[in-house]
Write a protein that binds this ligand. Structure first.
Ligand code: FES
Ligand SMILES: [Fe+2]
Length: 444
């Protein structure tokens, strides 16, 4: 009996399911790393207290490696953008020597240097005109004779550490932080087979949410909510059969598709599963029949593989699991790249400097054949705009509407709660337990 067996639900395990696949999965999907955390509940004030938010601004955000942007967003020397996290603002810029990051604060009297993304030969402060080169070294002081106290050699923009992996740019405000490679641990190895550096931003939607940033991301860290939040997909999703793991600073959930939910009283036929996955409309032509010698899962995988193979190239092995299952990683604290050939990447941040509002972003990172397409610009949705105002998200906009429908009500509920702790499931909320264990380590 494996260590997971006494923890997870009854029924087929993910490992058993993928062992029957026609095209077997990459090695990292066959790993199982049960995470046992003493965190069985979380203080309500972590979601509702501005003082707790301020503590995160003091002890968490300035200390962690966090995804600031994609490299493709700043392809040319001089291209830059502004990454904001709470009260902090960071310029990420392409220089002759690669990508660099600086605090977005003028060293004279503190004006914000850049207000938006752009292209520049140097950074010139709009207030009195002090200027810096792209690498952060001083370029010029207005009326230099009047500043005898300034030593030109160290009057640089305040540096921020910067590194890249998989086409993403990461920053860390702590100059003494551990190197990014050790912070990521084995995460790049898990993604090597899916080549995230070879993807482009097909869509990028950001929406202001009426809830704490952690509350928002936790809605995307388990499949436990499927039974009530997305009942329409139960016929072909192994919600309760999901596998949850954690290693170092990252965790993973894998929710299999093309297998029925253990919550269903009657097991659907392969045909019913296939039709459910296709999310068909009433006026669509009849669905193809699933022949007796095959399964809905195998048929789905074969169709997805046929579509994808010309894009990724004939030398890439596309396993059934990589095109069928929901494989959702979380790198502490707020970065959620999906594995396999699912295009989703989420990022969650506080909105401005508030504990009760957040920004949820969804990127679609898609493979491409031939020349790299231009990245899609960010599409900003205000608090009162529905996800369906972003047609580039396709069918998923409706799923997000279901996912986020509860969140303002959870925030309101917690703000009125007459108890101190919310309860976490032992196994299915593994990722949330892992997150809060690390968070407590940072906040002390
Ligand atoms: S505040 Fe920037 S030059 Fe004065
Ligand atoms: Fe969901």
């Amino acid at each position: 009996m494996s260590e997971a067996e006494d923890l997870r639900s009854q029924g087929i395990s993910y490992q058993e399911l993928i062992s029957r696949d026609r095209v077997p999965p990459p090695r990292t999907l066959t790993l199982e790393n049960v995470y046992r955390s003493p965190v069985a509940s979380v203080p309500v004030m972590r979601y509702t207290s501005q003082a707790f938010h301020d503590l995160e601004m003091h002890k968490l955000w300035p200390k962690v490696w966090q995804m600031a942007c994609r490299e493709e967003e700043i392809p040319e020397v001089g291209d830059h953008l502004v990454y904001e996290i709470g009260r902090y603002s960071i310029i990420v810029v392409r220089t002759q020597d690669g990508v660099r990051a600086h605090h977005n604060v003028c060293r004279h009297r503190g004006r914000r240097l850049c207000e938006r993304a752009g292209h520049a030969a140097s950074f010139i402060c709009p207030f009195h005109g002090f200027s810096w080169h792209l690498d952060g070294s001083l370029r010029g002081i207005t009326s230099e004779w009047d500043f005898p106290q300034i030593d030109r050699s160290n009057f640089t923009l305040t540096p921020v550490r910067c590194d890249t992996w998989g086409g993403w740019v990461f920053v860390n405000m702590d100059m003494d932080a551990e190197p990014m490679a050790s912070y990521l641990g084995d995460l790049p190895e898990h993604f090597a087979v899916w080549k995230p550096e070879g993807r482009y931003i097909e869509a990028h939607v950001a929406k202001v949410m009426s809830c704490n940033w952690k509350l928002c991301q936790e809605a995307f860290m388990e499949a436990f909510h499927v039974i009530n939040t997305h009942p329409q997909i139960l016929a072909a999703i192994g919600d309760e059969n999901s596998q949850y793991d954690a290693w170092g600073n990252f965790s993973r959930a894998i929710t299999p598709n093309g297998t029925p939910s253990p919550h269903l009283r009657r097991a659907p036929s392969e045909q019913e599963m296939f039709e459910s996955v296709m999310m068909r409309h009433l006026d669509d032509p009849p669905a193809p029949k699933v022949p007796p010698e095959t399964t809905a899962r195998a048929m789905m995988a074969a169709a997805a593989r046929a579509n994808l193979q010309p894009v990724v190239g004939d030398d890439v092995v596309i396993s059934d699991a990589c095109v069928s299952d929901s494989i959702y990683y979380t790198l502490f604290p707020n970065f959620h790249p999906w594995g396999g050939y699912n295009r989703i990447v989420y990022r969650f941040r506080p909105y401005e400097n508030r504990c009760d509002k957040s920004v949820m972003e969804c990127y679609y990172l898609s493979p491409f054949a031939g020349e790299r397409p231009q990245p899609a610009p960010m599409h900003w949705l205000e608090e009162d705009e529905p996800w369906t105002n972003a047609p580039e998200l396709g069918l998923l906009a409706k799923v997000f509407t279901q996912d986020t429908f509860n969140l303002p009500q959870v925030q309101k509920g917690l703000e009125a709660a007459q108890y101190d702790e919310v309860m976490l499931a032992n196994y299915q909320e593994t990722k949330i337990r892992h997150f809060h264990t690390l968070l407590a380590d940072y906040l002390g």
